[in-house]
Design a protein around this ligand. Structure first.
Ligand code: PGA
Ligand code: ZN
Length: 427
């Protein structure tokens, strides 16, 4: 029987020029599985620990400690294990680490090995990763494209972090993606015409110095129409407020673009945005990760009208997701492999969300590599939704190109009329 012969990590660099971990898992028959770990900028406080070296080298961001942990302790612990038993491989690393947040060995070390193990197993079976992880029940996701970057992802004055466009109704993934590409190019022309910068932020979206978030919504609507599409009918809008970053813990207020809102006033403001821009169909992190009460209150108020995605409060952590579901926080869960640190625990979180009627939105990180694991993982888990940045910059487009390949491989079966998010035309 085939077994894991060795695991080997190295320090490589991500799309922001920061060090990250790449891992090779080598099986006893010589099969190789390789994966690279992404990295966030607007990280939740309860995310699993990304182990960085500190000190002077590479501004303290080196990952040689994590690399060394893979090459020594993890390598020893995994030698001889069955690569097809992902649960056992991941549990072995969790036990070896021994901390609740993977802080000793590093979630970046553990996740790199976890993903590379799945790849090695898929390669051994000569099947694509999405097929190995997902079997035959496979679906292309609705994709959300961050085309205007603010918050921690750009140095402009916009406080909301991500302004996304998404194809609402489509025959297949390619058709929807082409509409996004059209809208992206039209937005660039529009920004240029109105005298704004067309420089790009971390996720490939534009980072113009707009007055406020509302101006971003206006521009998106204009771009959708100018590209020849109907806002809300063909292309809809979503945003990630990433409100932890404009929340003032001491006063309990939200300082947003020159206004200081109480939590209720912020809710009113979101309500006004929804009235003025009915093409907004999804809001992520409208309240801070420290403000569950108001996040829950907001969900009660608007959860029937719009998708409300929880990211920072739950950090892909099954325990936190359990708590969120119990309290009615959000109606969708953002899924990021590196927030929790193993493939197995991420699958548990997805299962938990789905059982309780929560939609799952898979996500890249603002620091990415050319690795397309997340695209295969989204299709394999029928996650329903994926956000992976603008249709620009290779580390973002790589994910969408992989979806195009997967759709081609799946053929006509995957090409069917889909209404999002429920496959039911609710109108
Ligand atoms: P990050 O941002 O990858 O920089 O953490 C993504 C998000 O907040 O959804
Ligand atoms: Zn977020």
């Amino acid at each position: 029987m085939v077994y894991i012969d060795s695991v080997k990590a190295r320090e490589v660099f991500d799309s922001r020029g920061n060090p990250t971990v790449e891992v090779d898992v080598i099986l006893s028959d010589g099969t190789l599985g390789r994966a690279a770990v992404p990295s966030g900028a607007s990280t939740g406080e309860l995310e699993a620990v990304e182990l960085r070296d500190g000190g002077e080298r590479l501004a303290g961001k080196g990952v040689l400690k994590a690399v060394n942990n893979v090459n020594t302790e993890i390598n020893q612990a995994l030698h001889g294990l069955d690569p097809m038993n992902q649960g056992h491989v991941d549990a072995t690393m969790i036990r070896l680490d021994g901390t609740p947040n993977k802080g000793r060995l590093g979630a970046n070390a553990i996740l790199g090995v976890s993903m590379a193990t799945a790849r090695a197993a898929a390669n051994y079976q000569h099947v694509p990763l999405y097929r190995y992880l997902g079997g035959t029940d496979l679906e292309l996701p609705q994709t959300f494209h961050n085309v205007i970057n603010g918050g921690e992802h750009a140095n402009n004055d916009i406080d909301f972090q991500e302004f996304m466009i998404t194809p609402v109704k489509r025959q297949n993934f390619r058709e929807g993606f082409e509409k996004i590409v059209d809208t992206y190019h039209t937005l660039k022309q529009l920004l240029d015409k109105e005298g704004h910068s067309t420089a790009l932020g971390d996720e490939g979206g534009f980072a113009p110095n707009l007055k406020n978030s509302e101006e971003a919504f206006q521009l998106l609507r204009k771009a959708i129409i100018a590209a020849g599409y109907q806002p809300g009918e063909e292309i809809a809008i979503a945003f990630d407020a990433a409100a932890s970053y404009f929340y003032d813990k001491d006063s309990g207020k939200y300082n947003l673009e020159g206004h200081s809102y109480t939590p209720d006033e912020l809710g009113d403001y979101y309500g006004q945005l929804l009235d003025r821009y009915p093409e907004i169909i999804s809001i992520e992190d409208p309240y801070s990760e420290d403000d569950w009460t108001n996040f829950e209150k907001f969900t009660k108020r608007y959860g029937k009208r719009v998708q409300i995605v929880a990211d920072d409060p739950v950090c892909t952590n099954p325990e936190l997701v359990r708590k969120a579901i119990k309290g009615g926080l959000g109606n969708a869960i953002l899924i990021k492999l590196n927030q929790i640190g193993t493939v197995t625990e991420t699958l548990e979180t997805i299962r938990l969300a789905r059982k309780n009627g929560y939609t799952t939105m898979m996500s890249h990180r603002s620091g990415e590599t050319a690795d397309t694991f997340v695209a295969d993982f989204t299709v394999a888990t029928n996650a329903a939704e994926l956000k992976a940045g603008a249709p620009a910059r290779s580390e973002r487009v790589a994910k969408y190109n992989q979806l195009l390949r997967i759709e081609e491989e799946l053929g006509a079966d995957s090409s069917r009329l889909a209404y999002f998010p429920n496959d039911v035309d609710l109108d």
